[in-house]
Design a protein. Sequence first.
Length: 71
Amino acid sequence: MDSMIRNEDEFRREAEFDRWESLRRMSPEESIALGEALLTSEMMNMAEFPDDDHPRSLAIALGIRPIAART
C-alpha cells in the first residue's frame, strides 16, 4: 500500500487549513476550555511573566459555569 505524501507543500497547506477550520467551528465554551487547558499545561512552565501577572480563568471572569468534559 502506497501512502506517502506526494506534495509536501499542498499537504502542509491543507493541514493548516484543517487546523484553522477546527478552531473556527469551536463554540466559545470549547475555545475557553482549550485556552485554559493550554494555560494550565506544562507549557506554561516555559512562560515568563516579568510583572508577576498570573493567568486568571477567562471562563470564571465571563461567568461561564463549568461543565463536565464531553466524552
